[in-house]
Design a protein around this ligand. Structure first.
Ligand SMILES: O=c1ccn([C@@H]2O[C@H](COP(=O)(O)O)[C@@H](O)[C@H]2O)c(=O)[nH]1
Length: 280
């Protein structure tokens, strides 16, 4: 079985280093002429799959927008995940789960076990109950070729108050997360399966990402104010593992499928101009 890191490395090489989020905000549903209900949610999601599922490396549905419609929203999420996988995209569910280890086991079963209806290629996870508490996710992901992206330096302005705080050893909370994920990826080739979330908005924070060997998901581009050029400031010279992520910036061009495709192509071209054309 191929690891998530290997599959992601190939997808980024073949389709380009880009993730596009499916974030069906009420305002976007309205702008697309869709009702703010489960039928609008389904139509929105199908349109994104049809436009981008066969050309973008990673599609990142945001679970919150499906959860707000309860069980019927989750049914749409299940169907969207299935359609994306059929179209050949890797599915990264942005669900930011974290809890005590025994509960994390259930989250791992929900998202990273192939027998689950919500099974995806990778999920986002919150490390604020301790990175070690996420071990059941790491174990389940490793057993089934899945991936986990752990929050390290998030794109929102409130993040640094927590993430830049220093512990007794002088390291920031974020650097501790970065170092623990780096250990999980030690020796991985061509890319580890355990990634980090590092916002494109954060500027040069001085954190050392040189040993991660896993994918660095960079949200915050477009609607949150960061541009592709900011990736160099945030990540420095080694950009080969950066996976830029856009949601509203691309989705705002729908529902026209050609316009969605053109927006994703522009985002990819902007990122390639900074990241280079190859994934090493
Ligand atoms: O640090 C983080 C972690 C996750 N996100 C998520 O990414 C998208 C961003 O959407 P945009 O429309 O491109 O702003 C959204 O789902 C967030 O929950 C993030 O923004 N920052």
């Amino acid at each position: 079985m191929e690891s998530f890191g290997t599959r992601l490395h190939r997808a980024m090489a073949e389709r380009g280093p880009l993730a596009v989020g499916i974030d069906p905000h009420a305002a976007l549903l309205d702008r697309w002429g869709l009702p703010d209900d489960v039928t609008g949610l389904a139509r929105f999601s199908e349109t994104v799959v049809e436009a981008l599922g066969d050309r973008v490396a990673v599609v990142k549905p945001q679970s919150a927008f499906y959860e707000r419609f309860g069980s019927r929203g989750l049914a749409v999420l299940e169907s969207t995940i299935r359609q994306l996988r059929e179209a050949g995209a890797l599915v990264l569910l942005d669900v930011k789960r974290g809890d005590i280890g025994s509960t994390v086991s259930a989250y791992a079963a929900a998202y990273l076990d192939p027998s689950s209806p919500l099974y995806v290629d990778a999920i986002t996870a919150s490390p604020y109950l301790g990175v070690g508490s996420l071990a059941p996710m790491f174990d389940t992901a490793a057993a089934h070729g899945g991936g986990v992206f752990v929050l390290a330096l998030t794109s929102n302005p409130e993040g640094p108050a927590v993430q830049h705080a220093r512990g007794a050893d002088g390291r920031t909370v974020a650097q501790t997360v970065i170092d623990e994920i780096s250990q999980l990826n030690a020796g991985a080739e061509p890319l580890g399966s355990f990634g980090l979330v590092v916002g494109a908005t954060i500027g040069d924070t001085g954190h050392d990402l040189s040993r991660v060997r896993g994918p660095l998901l960079a949200p915050g581009l477009g609607a949150q104010g960061a541009s592709a050029a900011d990736l160099r400031t945030v990540f420095g010279r080694d950009l080969s593992t950066v996976l830029p992520s856009y949601s509203r910036e691309v989705l705002g061009h729908g529902p026209d499928r050609a316009a969605l495709r053109a927006a994703a192509d522009r985002a990819l071209a902007d990122c390639r101009a900074v990241l280079g054309t190859t994934v090493e």
